[in-house]
Design a binder for this molecule. Structure first.
Ligand code: FE
Ligand code: ZN
Ligand code: FE
Length: 211
């Protein structure tokens, strides 16, 4: 059914997100299980609880405008989750997979932020005050979840991903606490990578990807 009015479009988009949240609820436990970082795993578990509440909140939005809660296959989220599945199949658990999981989860959050931003605005335009408040609450939660993932990525996971797979880790550890030591370490990594392409991946024995 193609939407002909803003109200119909609003309902269509609500159904899209209702389906999306349910798929995210199903996907998150597996993603959390594959996370190596404790901080990442607990953030994902926490967001799972939040996502369950978001699905319930959408039911309240449907009811507040006199519609029955119903989902409609969300191809966007299906695609993003599918990419995450591929990463989990191809990469061994570790910092690089963690970095990939964060990248995928942030794509999910951005999809949600775009959708809830639009939905909250539509609700406001049409004077659905209750719906606007509920959708605004979820929008803020998605933004916070995205920020949290940013913090985990930049404070811990991405640096570990950069350091992993290197051969001079012991040597680097001595001065990795100083900014200069870190810079030197990442330069060493970059050099090592360009001169021994493919070797470190094979050495790790982890990656099932064939180059
Ligand atoms: Fe959500
Ligand atoms: Zn969709
Ligand atoms: Fe979310």
């Amino acid at each position: 059914m193609a939407a002909e009015t803003l109200h119909e479009l609003f309902v269509e988009e609500l159904r899209d997100m209702y389906d999306a949240e349910k798929r995210i609820i199903k996907a998150l436990p597996k993603i959390a299980k594959h996370a190596q970082s404790d901080e990442l795993r607990s953030a994902l578990t926490e967001h799972l609880r939040q996502t369950e509440k978001q699905a319930t909140r959408l039911e309240q939005v449907f009811k507040s405008i006199g519609e029955t809660p119903k989902g409609k296959k969300c191809d966007g989220i299906i695609g993003i989750l599918e990419e995450g599945n591929t990463a989990m199949e191809e990469l061994e658990e570790g910092p690089v997979l963690d970095a990939a999981l964060i990248a995928g989860c942030q794509k999910v959050e951005h999809y949600e932020i775009a959708s809830y931003g639009t939905l909250a605005y539509f609700a406001e335009l049409m004077g659905h005050e209750r719906a606007k408040d509920l959708l605004g609450t979820t929008l803020e939660e998605e933004k916070a979840a995205d920020e949290k993932l940013n913090t985990i990525a930049t404070s811990e996971v991405n640096r570990e991903a950069l350091m992993s797979g290197g051969e001079d880790e012991d040597e680097m550890e001595e001065d990795e606490g100083t900014p200069r030591g870190r810079r030197r370490a990442s330069m060493a990594m970059a050099n090592e990578r360009s001169s021994t392409r493919g070797r470190s991946a094979r050495k790790r024995g982890g990656s099932r990807r064939s180059r």
